[in-house]
Write a protein that binds this ligand. Structure first.
Ligand SMILES: Nc1nc2c(c(=O)[nH]1)N[C@H]1C(S)=C(S)[C@@H](COP(=O)(O)O)O[C@H]1N2
Ligand SMILES: [Mo]
Length: 431
């Protein structure tokens, strides 16, 4: 039944190639995906030009007016200035505000990424519809009470936007990148409880022909800045991943999910790009044909000079990063000992060491790790610093994980600024 393996990027590439070939043969669906995006993907398969006229037509979704919403209208919870930076319909956590929090990020401090706005849903009438030709029987509906009655599972994991750190492509590497100009605060780490997606799919009667699973959000259709309606926020997951460690979460840090984080139920795909963790999930299509959506074609692939024209395979795992719990351009007193704190995290392994430099990279020393490191969650660290010379300087933190990977000096550019993993040059002034 499980025919694909996606625990690493290369097999996702193979799977993606197969998806594209099937689309060409009329055996895959791409509702709401722009025709030019499909053509670009197919050009990579080397067959698009001749086949173009025979391609199954994708109906472009009707154009609509892009809503100029801002976070104050799009987000329900309070967004105090000392904790959040507003970026359009999104709120970025200030990393220095995390110093007041423990290993888990309280909802009061957790970043919010909303394509449109938080919908107000009623858990009493909410249902999850599982449908599609990848089921043995007909569609099935689950109420929240149904899900809560099933065996539960829980896990600590971060949710991090693929574009976290995007602005550093510009400030540190002099490159442009489209999308929300996050610094490093598009991440939060929580304890999630829910039911395994595999459990629900089995009960819904997933067939041996199923290949893709596509959860879709109950928030409004997403309309791009140029007025194109891309439909509901949704992104296909290969069945192999859906049957692995994905959770339908109804609790965050021991309480019902807050409205902004997906109430009453969100998908939680540990360690993967945040977009995989669909909030306010209302239905899940189980398909015997590969699926495409704008979120695995025009977004969430790597495009740019060093990538093929159709982009990389769809992004899966997040990467490796570190951040100081200090404001940007913080003033620090000279001639006293500071206990610098920060966090490092990796999607593919546990953090094994974090090296700190307070002299712009000339010398490095190891920070003390304050948590037992695990994959897909962060590890807090601390290091003493006794600055002597007043003036501007730069702090560096460089993490290494159990796969042997260390944060590089620069990140290879991609036009949408995903997966920044380079060592961040954190500016401070010693006064
Ligand atoms: N329905 C829906 N799900 C969504 C989104 C959205 O706008 N709508 N944004 C995605 C993105 S891009 C990210 S990074 C995460 C953010 O989760 P959070 O807002 O709980 O921090 O949710 C994902 N799930
Ligand atoms: Mo995201």
């Amino acid at each position: 039944m499980i025919s694909t393996e996606t625990s690493d990027g290369s097999s996702e590439e193979e799977y993606d190639r197969r998806r594209r070939a099937q689309w060409l043969a009329g055996e895959a669906r791409a509702d709401g995906v722009a025709r030019r995006d499909m053509l670009r993907l197919l050009a990579a398969a080397g067959v698009a030009a001749g086949a173009a006229t025979a391609l199954p037509m994708t109906l472009g979704a009707p154009r609509a007016q892009a809503a100029a919403a801002t976070a104050t209208a799009a987000i329900v919870k309070p967004l105090p200035e000392d904790r959040f930076t507003i970026r359009g319909t999104n709120a970025e956590t200030k990393f220095d505000a995390l110093a007041q929090t423990g290993h888990l990020t309280p909802a009061s401090h957790f970043f919010v990424r909303n394509h449109t706005a938080t919908p107000r849903l009623d858990a009493k009438t909410w249902t999850l519809r599982i449908w599609g030709d990848g089921l043995r029987g007909g569609e099935r509906e689950f109420t929240l009470a149904d899900l809560i009655r099933l065996p539960s599972t829980s896990r600590t994991a971060f949710v991090e936007c693929a574009g976290n750190g995007r602005s550093l492509f510009t400030t540190q590497q002099g490159q442009s990148a489209s999308g929300t100009a996050w610094t490093l605060g598009a991440i939060g780490n929580a304890h999630w409880r829910g039911v395994r997606l595999s459990e629900v799919l089995r009960r819904a009667g997933v067939s041996r022909h199923a290949v893709d699973v596509m959860p879709s959000g109950l928030d409004a259709d997403y309309v791009t800045d140029d007025g194109t309606n891309l439909g509901r926020v949704r992104r296909p997951l290969p069945l192999s991943k859906a049957m692995d460690d994905v959770i339908l979460a109804y609790e965050m840090n021991g309480a019902p999910l807050p409205a902004d984080h997906g109430y009453p139920v969100r998908v939680l795909v540990p360690a993967w790009v945040g977009i995989a963790s669909i909030k306010w999930v209302g239905d899940i299509e189980v398909s015997s044909k590969p699926l495409f959506s704008p979120w695995n074609t025009q977004f969430y692939r790597l495009f740019g000079e060093t990538y093929p024209p159709e982009g990389s395979a769809p992004l899966t795992h997040q990467t490796l990063k570190s951040a100081f719990e200090l404001p940007w351009n913080a003033s620090v007193d000279a001639a006293t000992t500071h206990h610098l704190t920060g966090r490092s995290w990796s999607a593919t392994g546990a953090i094994t060491r974090v090296d700190i430099s307070t002299d712009e990279g000339a010398t490095w020393h190891r920070a003390r790790l304050k948590d037992t490191p695990h994959r897909a969650t962060w590890t807090r660290w601390t290091t003493p610093w006794h600055p002597r010379t007043p003036g501007p300087t730069t702090l560096l933190a460089r993490a290494t994980d159990t796969t042997g990977r260390t944060q590089p000096e620069t990140t290879v550019h991609n036009t949408q600024g995903y997966l920044f993993d380079a060592v961040v040059r954190h500016a401070v002034t010693v006064v």
